[in-house]
Each structure stands twice: as structure tokens, then as C-alpha cells.
Design a protein around this ligand. Structure first.
Ligand code: ADP
Ligand code: MG
Ligand code: MG
Length: 892
């Protein structure tokens, strides 16, 4: 026989916290508190299986449910000495909903069920407090109408306000029994008018009405949406808890409140909460009156003149402190509790693990470990790696005032203020003049990279979460708001309009990439820091993690951030990003547009010292750590000059006519550049380019060795490889250059040459390529594009639908598609290891900073992950969790 109802109360319960799936979170924890001997009003929980039954059987109940509920009501009656529905000595109950996972959007609680025109008299007589009884009854009518009967609460609130106005009263507590009686008559008339039938007087009808409303609310649109957003399966169902009422509205020794065992904002070890005397249910949260602090310390800190619980009801306070400590020890986590005091007696109504900010989560995890309450491994497991993002970027002071003029997508977290500029060049100019700038564009393209580097933040009016601006900004760790469609930009006039306000070039603007807000003027910011508990937890994570964590970085600034955040090397230095800066693009264009090797070599001669200088700076910052440098990769197409002015500029520098150069540029334009002249194809066609790059690398390494005595470990990487023979041609050039530099300088630099695996063919042929390649890095951005034949830059317009309709569980450019792309990676791993068992294998690209993808990399036993500098701490923690997950026996 299935058991549908579980009772609790008086120091014991039929359920316990491990029956959460059956009893819901609230019901399971009430049972647990009863088992612990804590003061919990007795009650019972109708299981989630009844909810499932209800929907599988045309909204009907299991036949035995009625008698099980009656028996449970008797059980409560036995413990409280009252009888449900009895006119002389009525038992009143609450009906509460509770799913496995906390779920806003479900039915609200109904209190005081069982009250009617007769039992309210009995309640008045027994309590000796008529005002209290009628206050409870009117609350019941209001709640029941709102939640069960669908009569809007505004009606009642308006009537109440109107009544208070006439009587010249301000607070609800000032109304006497007679006032409530009058209002109740009016309330009931309103119900009759709205529904065509009177307010239900029969307690059992009230009870089943409320139970039915809870089960019904499981399928209301709000709840369905919430479940969809949080991946909660519909077949989990909700439980219903029916519980004897205790009253916080019985006068000045009664109260209701909520509290956390620690401060949920800071994590400080202090009881944190609020209460209200002579109040019921969630009056505290509803903000009807200003609540009072629980502790005296909090009252003093807040400068409140309302007495604390500690001084008002010291006995209750002492018991509450004991209870809070006990619950925290028992659950081994910070608790969020709800309680009521009835005539000086404390009753516990709910406990659960409390929600907290990331900052608080770190402090609590570290404190609890140091107090011996949890192990280090548990502390590591408790922090959501993605939540660290909050702490890694400048944030707007939460207390600062914001004048929001537009809202777009929260494309890259963090906040930034600066002067508005409308082009990448302006961004650079103003930046070099010492100003902070916000780059505002309709959309961005690879040519804007230098401006994006110069800017504090990027704002676009078009494009989604995977637009160029969004992806590049995230990679750079810069704030970005994309797709702020409410803003109009007029490039010609140098003005943008938002919310009817015109902003000119140079005006100060703030963007919040965490919320998508665009704010007028500058706002106070808080800077990120890896210190205190954050640093401690990171150290612990490093102690258990197996995989290395590197960063994708090329600029000195990014490299410094990467080191500060604990990167163990650079996993991807994209040399072409260095090509867009300043005047270099002219030399780069010369190199591309030259029609013979001699022409290319003369342009390359200009680039060599620049590139060498870049590497020297990078190697100095990363001394002692490996640096993977990718040879030139992007479609040459991306570097071509567009405007006539740009063409003239390059032509002049090359000493050829603009016409000739235009023709050459036109010839280089491609229909499908992503599958065109890019990656190692450039190295094969124009080997002198990689010769120059290799020379810059080795000469820089020699220079750094000579200056600092430190050896850097360059790892030269060929991009987008498709065949072993191709790789070998490139490797031969690199080796020859290394040898030449060693002979010229007398310094031998140890280095390796490896391949970036970004095409299915390279994965399939990995065994063969590994014969000569000394390491592989899986470039899963391109590997996803080439595996799926989806362009990351263009997929934004339809990929969302693929996720919404369940084709993909997640955006494959954010979380690696383990089945498809993942299998290609696995094939590459297995085949390359067969040839070269100790081959160093890494992953770079956005997936390297995604916790789910990192777990997958751990499963494959990769040597390291590489991600954007700002995600390094996230990757360190995620890699630690993945390692713990792999061997769960490793409890400290
Ligand atoms: P929620 O899930 O929205 O927190 P609850 O079921 O916890 O809803 O109920 C909200 C509030 O109602 C509780 O915090 C408590 O103050 C009050 N409440 C619920 N049941 C009772 C009861 N049996 N006696 C007194 N107050 C109750
Ligand atoms: Mg609650
Ligand atoms: Mg690539």
C-alpha cells in the first residue's frame, strides 16, 4: 500500500530530511526539526506522489487520501487538544506548498483555515482576545480569496484603507475587534458579489479547497515557466503541508520573524534577521510595518530605535539562538529560518539552506571548514564556479544611484565608465590622451579590436550574446552591453540618443555588463580582488585539481591579469590580435597585398621588431611559465583595407598605385573566408610570414634570457591543421629558424612545436600528426564550427531556438557538445596518445572557462584548460570540482 500522508510533531515524525523527494523541501525539513525535538507545530505532509496521481487521473485524488487526511487531523488534534471544525474548541491549520526545489510561482500559503462565523467566536473566547480572533478571520478571508477563490486582494486592501481613512487610523494594529467585525461583513459581501456564492463556511470545504489550489498551482503558467527556466521536471510534483496554527498576532508577547544563521550578504558569523511583534505570517517580508532587528548588535549597527528581540523577549531570544546553532550544526550549512512566537513561546516553522551572495558563500565555506564543520573538499564543492564571475569584474556599488537610460543584453559582465567614442580609432586616441572611454557602435567587427582594447567597455545597439562584440569582450574580460536596441547612433553627427536624451562624443556614460543597463554619467565602482576567503578557497582548490589552468592572452595587460588570477601559463596567444594595433595594420596590409615574396619580406622586416617587442614584454610577464603562441590564423580577408582612404594609405606606404592595390585587394576577397585562405594555409602559401613570427619568438626568448636569466618555454602552435604533411612543412620552417637564431646568438632556447586541432580531419588523423607534433591544443570554437557546419558569428539568430526546442541541451559554443564535438576530441586524445603516450593535451577557446566543459576535459584526462584571463579562477575551481568528482573517496 502506498502511504500518501506523513505526520510530524511532538519530538518525532514519520518522515525525515532524506525524504525530500516525497515530502518536498519544506515538509522534509519540518519532519527533521520535529525529529530533533525542536518546537514545531504538529502537522502532516501530503506527498508529491499525490500530485503526480492528481495529474495522471483527471485531477482526482487517490481513494485512500480522504481517510488518511482525517486520521492525520485527529493526530494533530490529539497533540493540540483541539478538533478541526469543532464549534467550541476549533483546531486551525495552515496549508503550505513545497516542492523538492524551492519554487516561487507556486501557490502562496493559506493561514487560519477552519475559521468561520462560529469558530471565530470560540477563538475569541478561548484566547480571551476578541481583536486577535477577528484579525485572524479577516486575514483568512483575504488570503483564501486571493489564493484559492481568485478574488483579487486589492479589493480588500482598498476597503481596509478606506475604512482606516474614515476612522483616522494609520496602522492595522490600531483597529479594534469591532472594526474588524465590520470589515469582515463588508469582505463577505464582496465575495458574494464577485463569485455569486458566499464565502465557504465549512472547515473541510476550506481545507480541501486550499489543498486543491496547491496541486492546481503546480501547472499554473508562472510555475511552468519557472520550471522551464530552472530545469525542474514537471513530474516531480509538489507536496502539501497542513500544519496546526500558532499565532504571532496574539499581542505584545507574540511575534513572527525570519532569520539567517549567518549574514547572507557578507557571510559574517552573526545571527541576522528581523521580526515584528503582534503580527502573522509574512508581515515582516510584506513591509506593512518596519521590522525590528533580532540582535541588539544589529539594532545598534542599523541605528534603529525599535527594540530588538534580544531585549524585548530575552528568553525567546536565548532559545532561538540555541535553535539556530543547533540547526546549523545539524545541516552543516547556513540556515534560513522562519519562526513565530505565541504568547512568549517559540515555534519553528521552516528551515532550509539559505541563499547567499558569492562573497558570503566563500566566507561561510572557509569559516565552516576552519571550524571543523565541513571538510575542505566539501567547501570546494559548495561554491558554484560560475558565481565567481560576480567577484572578478568591477561592479557598480549596490548603494549607488543609477540613472538608467537604456537596457540591452548583459553580454560581458562587469561595469565600466568612460567618455563616449563612436569609432575604434577615436577610442585609441582618447585613451592615449589619458581618458577612459566607452566604445559605442551599432555593431563591431575584427577591425575594431584595437578600439575594444583601448576601451573600458563596449556598447552595441545590435547583436546578441554571441555577437562579435559580446564574444571578444568576454575574452578580454571587458564590460559589454550588446543589442541595446533603444539607442540610436548617428555616426556622422557623433551623437547617440537614449530615452530622448542626446549624448555627444566625450560625454560620460556607464555600462553594466552584468545587468545590461546603460547609465548616464559615472557611478561609484568596487574593484575585483582575489584575497581573503576567495584566495584561501582557491588555494584549496589548487590542492586537489589535476589539470593545469592557463589563459588565452596576448596583450601585456591580459597577461598580467591572468597571472594575478593564478594562470599557470598562456595556452593561446593569438598573434594576429597584435597586428591590429596602431599603425601595424598598414605593414600587415602591405605584407598581404604584396604580389611577390620580395614585397612580403620588406613588409615583414617592418613587422619583425614590433612582434619581437611584443613577445619580449609577454615573456617577461610570464617568466618561468609556458607560453603557447599560435602562428597567424585568421582569414587574410579580415585584414584587407575597405575604404578608399585605407587603400590609399597602404598604396603610399608600398609605393604602388591605388588602382593596382585595389585590384589586388579585390582578388583576395573571398566568398567564404571562414573556409578560405586562413590558418596553416597562410603558412604554406607564404612561409616567410611564419619564419618572421618564429624569429620574433626565438629572438625575444633570447633577449629575455639575457636580461633576466629566466628561461621562457615557447610552444609554437600551427593553427587549423588538416594534414600531417602540412604540419611537417611548418615545423621544418620553425625548426630551421630556431637553429638559425641559436647560431646567431649563441643561446639555445628549448621549445616545442604542436598543432591546434580544430578540424574533424585533424582529430581523425591525430595519431599520425602526433608522430611529429609535440603537443595538441583542441580549439573547440572552430572544432564546433567545423564539426557542425555552423558559423559562430552567424548562428545567434537561430541557435536559441535549437536550445529552446531541445535539439541541443545548451548552446554548443558555450558548453561543449559532448556527444558530437566531444567525440572528435576524444578520438584525437586516444589516437594521439597511442602514438605519443605523454603528449601534452590542452583545450583553448570559450569552452576552457565553462565548468561543464571543464568536467568533460577532466574525464578525458587533458593536461590543461585555457580560458580568458577573467575566467581563470572559475576554471581553477571547476577543475578542482571535476577532480573531486572523479574520485569521490578523496574526502579530507
Ligand atoms: P513560503 O514558502 O512562501 O515561505 P510558508 O509556507 O513558509 O510560505 O508560509 C509563509 C509564512 O506563513 C511562514 O513563514 C509563517 O510565518 C506563516 N505560517 C505558515 N504556517 C504557519 C502556521 N502553522 N502557524 C503560523 N504561521 C504559519
Ligand atoms: Mg516560508
Ligand atoms: Mg581557430
Amino acid at each position: 500500500m502506498v502511504k500518501w500522508v506523513y505526520t510530524f510533531g511532538d519530538g518525532r515524525a514519520e518522515g525525515a530530511r532524506d525524504l525530500r523527494d516525497l515530502l518536498g523541501g519544506k515538509g522534509a525539513n519540518l519532519a527533521e526539526m520535529a525529529n530533533l525535538g525542536l518546537p514545531v507545530p504538529p502537522g502532516f505532509t501530503i506527498t508529491t506522489e499525490v500530485c503526480t496521481f492528481f495529474y495522471e487521473n483527471g485531477k482526482s485524488y487517490p481513494p485512500e487520501l480522504g481517510s488518511e487526511v482525517e486520521a492525520a487531523l485527529d493526530y494533530i488534534g490529539g497533540l493540540t487538544g483541539r478538533v478541526f471544525g469543532d464549534p467550541e474548541n476549533p483546531l486551525l491549520v495552515s496549508v503550505r506548498s513545497g516542492a523538492r526545489a524551492s519554487m516561487p510561482g507556486m501557490m502562496d500559503t493559506v493561514l487560519n483555515i477552519g475559521l468561520n462565523d462560529v469558530t471565530v467566536e470560540a477563538l475569541a473566547k478561548r484566547s480571551g482576545d476578541e481583536r486577535f480572533a477577528y484579525d485572524s478571520y479577516r486575514r483568512f478571508i483575504q488570503m483564501y480569496c486571493d489564493v484559492v477563490l481568485g478574488v483579487d486582494h486589492h479589493h480588500f486592501e482598498e476597503m481596509l484603507e478606506h475604512y482606516k481613512e474614515i476612522k483616522g487610523l494609520t496602522l492595522d494594529t490600531e483597529l479594534a475587534a469591532e472594526d474588524w467585525k465590520r470589515l469582515i461583513i463588508a469582505f463577505k459581501a464582496k465575495v458574494l458579489e464577485a463569485r455569486g456564492e458566499p464565502f465557504p463556511q465549512a472547515p473541510r470545504e476550506q481545507l480541501w479547497g486550499a489543498i486543491g489550489a496547491v496541486f492546481g498551482s503546480w501547472q499554473n503558467p508562472r510555475a511552468i515557466t519557472y520550471r522551464r527556466l530552472h530545469d525542474i521536471p514537471a513530474n516531480w510534483g509538489t507536496a502539501v503541508t497542513v500544519q496546526a496554527m500558532v499565532f504571532g498576532n496574539m499581542g505584545e508577547t507574540s511575534a513572527t520573524g525570519v532569520a539567517f544563521t549567518r549574514n547572507p550578504a557578507t557571510g559574517a558569523k552573526e545571527l541576522f534577521g528581523e521580526f515584528l511583534l503582534n503580527a502573522q505570517g509574512e508581515d515582516v517580508v510584506a513591509g506593512i510595518r518596519t521590522p525590528q532587528n533580532i540582535t541588539e548588535a544589529a539594532r545598534l549597527a542599523a541605528g534603529s530605535d525599535k527594540a530588538s528581540l534580544e531585549t524585548t523577549l530575552p528568553g525567546v531570544f536565548a532559545e532561538f539562538v540555541r535553535t539556530a546553532n543547533l540547526l546549523e550544526k545539524h545541516y552543516r550549512d547556513m540556515q534560513d529560518m522562519e519562526f513565530t512566537v505565541e504568547n512568549g513561546k517559540l515555534w519553528m516553522l521552516q528551515t532550509r539552506n539559505g541563499k547567499r551572495t558569492t562573497k558570503a558563500a566563500l566566507r561561510i565555506a572557509v569559516d565552516m571548514t576552519q571550524d571543523g564543520l565541513i571538510s575542505r573538499d566539501e567547501a570546494i564543492a559548495r561554491i558554484d564556479p560560475a558565481s565567481l564571475e560576480q567577484l572578478l569584474h568591477p561592479a557598480i556599488d549596490p548603494y549607488a544611484e543609477r540613472n538608467v537610460v537604456a537596457t540591452g543584453l548583459p553580454a560581458s559582465p562587469g561595469a565600466a565608465s568612460g567618455a563616449i567614442v563612436f569609432s575604434a580609432d577615436e577610442a585609441e586616441q582618447l585613451k592615449s590622451a589619458g581618458h577612459k572611454v566607452i566604445l559605442v557602435r551599432i555593431e563591431t567587427s575584427p577591425e575594431d579590436i584595437h578600439g575594444m582594447h583601448a576601451a573600458e567597455g563596449i556598447l552595441t545597439t545590435r547583436g546578441g550574446m554571441t555577437s562579435h562584440a559580446a564574444v571578444v569582450a568576454r575574452g578580454m574580460g571587458k564590460a559589454c552591453v550588446s543589442g541595446a536596441g533603444g539607442i540610436r547612433i548617428d555616426y556622422a553627427k557623433g551623437v547617440m540618443t537614449a530615452s530622448g536624451v542626446a549624448f555627444n562624443k566625450g560625454d560620460i556614460l556607464t555600462i553594466d555588463g552584468t545587468t545590461g543597463q546603460v547609465i548616464e554619467g559615472s557611478v561609484k565602482m568596487l574593484q575585483p580582488e582575489l584575497s581573503g576567503e576567495f584566495a584561501t578557497l582557491m588555494q584549496w582548490a589548487d590542492g586537489v585539481r589535476r589539470m593545469g589552468v592557463r589563459a588565452n592572452a596576448e596583450t601585456p595587460q591580459d597577461a598580467r591579469v591572468a597571472r594575478k588570477f593564478g594562470a599557470e601559463g598562456i595556452g593561446l596567444c593569438r598573434t594576429e590580435h597584435m597586428f591590429f594595433e596602431g599603425d601595424r595594420i598598414i605593414a600587415v596590409r602591405e605584407m598581404i597585398l604584396a604580389d611577390d615574396e620580395a614585397g612580403r619580406r620588406s613588409a615583414l622586416a617592418k613587422l619583425l621588431p614590433i612582434q619581437r617587442g611584443d613577445f619580449i614584454e609577454l615573456f617577461e610577464i610570464m617568466f618561468g611559465l609556458p607560453v603557447t603562441i599560435r602562428l597567424l590564423d585568421p582569414p587574410l580577408h579580415e585584414f584587407l583595407p575597405h575604404s578608399q582612404a585605407e587603400i590609399d594609405e597602404v598604396a603610399q606606404s608600398m609605393g604602388v598605385s591605388s588602382e593596382k592595390l585595389s585590384r589586388r585587394a579585390a582578388a583576395l576577397r573571398e566568398v567564404n573566408p571562414m573556409l578560405g585562405f586562413r590558418g596553416s594555409r597562410i603558412a604554406i602559401a607564404y612561409p616567410e610570414i611564419i619564419e618572421m613570427q618564429a624569429r620574433a619568438i626565438f629572438e625575444a626568448a633570447v633577449a629575455v634570457k639575457k636580461i633576466t636569466g629566466e628561461l621562457v618555454q615557447p610552444e609554437v602552435m600551427a593553427p587549423l591543421i588538416i594534414a600531417k604533411a602540412e604540419f611537417d612543412l611548418i615545423k621544418a620552417r620553425v625548426d630551421a629558424t630556431a637553429k638559425a637564431v641559436a647560431i646567431e646568438t649563441g643561446v639555445v632556447i628549448p621549445y616545442t612545436v604542436g598543432a591546434m586541432i580544430e578540424t574533424p580531419r585533424a582529430s581523425l588523423r591525430a595519431g599520425e600528426i602526433a608522430e611529429t607534433a609535440e603537443f595538441f591544443s583542441f580549439g573547440t570554437n572552430d572544432l564546433t564550427q567545423t564539426c557542425m557546419a555552423l558559423s559562430r558569428d552567424d548562428a545567434g539568430s537561430f541557435l536559441g531556438r535549437y536550445v529552446a526546442r531541445g535539439v541541443f541541451a545548451a548552446d554548443p559554443f558555450v558548453t561543449i557538445d559532448q556527444e558530437g564535438v566531444g567525440e572528435l576530441v576524444e578520438i584525437g586524445v586516444l589516437r594521439s596518445r597511442k602514438t605519443r603516450p605523454d603528449i601534452k593535451l590542452g583545450i583553448c577557446g570559450e569552452h576552457g572557462g565553462d565548468p561543464a566543459s571543464i568536467a568533460f576535459c577532466e574525464k578525458l584526462g587533458l593536461s590543461y584548460v585555457s580560458c580568458s584571463p577573467f575566467r581563470v579562477p572559475i576554471a581553477r575551481l571547476a577543475a578542482a570540482q571535476a577532480a573531486l568528482h572523479r574520485k569521490p573517496e578523496s574526502q579530507a
